[in-house]
Design a protein. Structure first.
Length: 79
C-alpha cells in the first residue's frame, strides 16, 4: 500500500487561520502547495469544499483556534 506524505502548511498560513476569531472551532482543509484553505463546520464539509476545487488534492486539516483538529482522551484497552 502506498503511503501519502502530507506536507504541513507554513506557520504563516496556520497563524492567519488561527486569527479568524469569528470562525473559532470550525475545521479548515488546507491545500499545502498553494496555501489555499476551505472552512467547514466539520471535516466532511471542509473536505467537500476543498475537493470541489482540488479533486485529486491531499489536504491538511486543523481546527481554527486550536492546535489540532482532533484529540483522543479515551482509555486504551490492550488485549
Amino acid at each position: 500500500m502506498k503511503t501519502l506524505e502530507i506536507k504541513k502548511p507554513s506557520e504563516d498560513i496556520l497563524t492567519r487561520i488561527n486569527a479568524l476569531i469569528s470562525e473559532k472551532g470550525k475545521i479548515v482543509a488546507i491545500e499545502p502547495d498553494t496555501g489555499e484553505w476551505f472552512l467547514g463546520k466539520d471535516i466532511i464539509e471542509a473536505f467537500k469544499n476543498a475537493r470541489s476545487k482540488y479533486p485529486e488534492g491531499v489536504f491538511y486539516f486543523t481546527r481554527v483556534g486550536y492546535p489540532s483538529a482532533h484529540s483522543h482522551k479515551g482509555d486504551i484497552k490492550r488485549a
